[in-house]
Design a protein around this ligand. Sequence first.
Ligand code: WAQ
Ligand code: MG
Length: 263
Amino acid sequence: MFSIRMRAEKNKKHISGAENLVDIPRIQTTVSALVERALSHEKGEPDLINITVESLKTPIKKVTSLPLILANVENEIEGKILARKLLRELKIPALCVEKSISLLEKGPANGENMRGAIIMDMKGNRLEPDRIRGIRASRMDITDEAANELFKELSDSGLSTFFTTISEALILATKVASVKGTIAELCWSDDPSYTAGYVASEKMGYIRIPHLKKKGDPFGGRIFFVDNIDTLKYITEMELTPVLVNKFGKIVELIGKNKKELN
Ligand code: WAQ
Ligand code: MG
């Protein structure tokens, strides 16, 4: 199998990235689809598109996705209240919760978006060696079967429009949660038109929050909350161990009016 990774930038600023794991017969169509992605992003036309096609050197870890839990909030104020509550339930210290939210609000790379994620320990220290780039979770994908299952479930919940974004975020969050030392992840998109984000963890699943920022806000990012890690080992696994989601967990709708409550 091959890992195919795309990243696009403009004036040295990151615009978009995406990746797949495929066998040889699918390399060409995958590369072409990723180029199309790079050229059609809402943040504009890139002046550099980098595509890497590389054979996998290590065995693939096959995993079931985290369960997808749909929270129901009216706006970003309710969304952030919920995110804080979930992170506190996951035992992330209040200091770390506040610091992480304020970093994502301001643009964590000195007022710009990072290409990758922040790693934050339980004291609020940032452990990623490069604070502008961050660390990238990489070499991951989903099988067609699992993707179809997810698509069907999302359609039933009226979310099929967001299939690609949700699927990619769920794959990433599943990989991140599977790496030893990860306690939780907080994410919201840096795309101005995309207001959704999530709090994910092995313990509680992928809790999708439809509003974590106002429409038009250009900042976002990801924080991996960790405890007791060997930073170098953690980063190596995050970037290099190939992970394939071969089964979709389940979907649960919760919180708020007209929704099924969890338990
Ligand atoms: N590894 C680590 N961090 C990453 C990666 C990666 N592979 N890709 C992106 N990031 C960081 C980077 O700082 C980006 O600025 C930030 O995340 C946001 O990336 O509806 O679309 O691709 O359930 O804009 C979440 C909600 C959407 C999905 C996330 O992120 C849903 C999204 P984006
Ligand atoms: Mg983006």
